[in-house]
Design a protein. Sequence first.
Length: 94
Amino acid sequence: MQLGFVVVRGRSMEPTYVDGDVVLVAWGASPRVGRCHVVRLPDGDDGPRPLAIKRVTRRERLADGASGWWVERDNPRAVSYTHLTLQTICSVEI
């Protein structure tokens, strides 16, 4: 496991994290429900999205047997995201 830093951009995780906060992360750590993680969101209509910090809310088994995770933002006024596969969760804050 490797430690690193990410800089928060945007308002989706307010009030937990605000734009400009620097967060220490452990790359490759296992996802944990209730914790904030750095995740790779699904590509949008205009292409790939940057990494994002989101809160893991639950784990779910898909019909094909794969495992997935639901992530959410802390700010209720921001855009919500839904399901991510295990491979898209990159790290966990420490």
